[in-house]
Write a protein of this length. Structure first.
Length: 233
């Protein structure tokens, strides 16, 4: 497996499954990777919900500011686990046109999906950020964190939104990712950290974890409240 020069991974974990105990363990692994290779400045921006427990560990261990970049995938009407695009906190929308064509979604289906997802994003912005102004990213590194890259469209949308917000440098850090998606995102950022890169026809983020469960919106809100109490700005 050959990877571009701006991708930093752990070769011993390539194409392996069940390499992390849980998201907290994954955050510790990424912390060590960034500490070894990066200059450790900027702000960590977690993508809710699954990216939050990973990112909190990193922010705590690295001593960096922490916030969330709310982005949500637009899911298929018959499968809420599969997405055909994503919506970001600033209204940025990106669509997987190839997938839309393959599954025969109508324009009406797509419009409904976008509107439903925008409502979800607005709710999460209110719940998780209390509609506070987004951090000033000018001349600052933004380190985007999620618990994994499957199709990569959620992260791609996050990168576009953060770039639009004026980030001086964008770094992506994920515990696991499919090779094709990792390479796609790496073309749009300065550096991408991915501990566990896997190829093949089938890929699931959950496959990298021994303990896996969905992270709910209420869980994230409680995590963030606790983090603010422990590490006030």
């Amino acid at each position: 497996m050959n990877v571009p020069s701006n991708i930093i991974d752990l070769p011993e974990l390539r194409d392996q499954t069940r390499v992390f105990q849980d998201r907290t363990h994954a955050g510790r692994v990424l912390t060590r990777m960034l500490a070894a290779h990066d200059h450790l400045s900027g702000i960590i921006l977690a993508i809710p919900a699954g990216g939050v427990p990973v990112a909190m560990v990193m922010a705590e261990k690295l001593g960096l500011d922490f916030d969330v970049a709310v982005v949500s995938k637009i899911t298929l009407p018959w499968n809420t686990e599969a997405g055909y695009g994503a919506v970001a906190f600033d209204g940025t929308v990106q669509l997987n046109e190839d997938l839309i064509g393959r599954v025969n979604l109508t324009a009406e289906d797509v419009d409904k999906g976008i509107e439903k997802t925008k409502i979800k994003v607005e709710r999460r912005v209110t719940t998780l950020r209390d509609k506070q102004p987004f951090p000033d990213l000018k001349h600052r590194s933004a380190i985007l964190v999620d618990d994994g890259l499957a199709s990569g469209f959620t992260m791609q949308t996050a990168v576009t939104a953060v770039r639009n917000a004026g980030a001086g440098r964008i770094v992506v850090a994920v515990p696991t990712g499919h090779l094709q998606s990792v390479e796609m995102i790496a073309r749009e950022v300065e550096v991408l950290y991915c501990a566990n890169i896997r190829g093949g026809y089938t890929y699931a983020v959950a496959g990298a974890y021994r303990i896996w469960s969905d992270v709910g919106e209420e869980d994230v809100a409680k995590m963030m409240e606790t983090f603010k109490l422990l590490y006030p700005k």
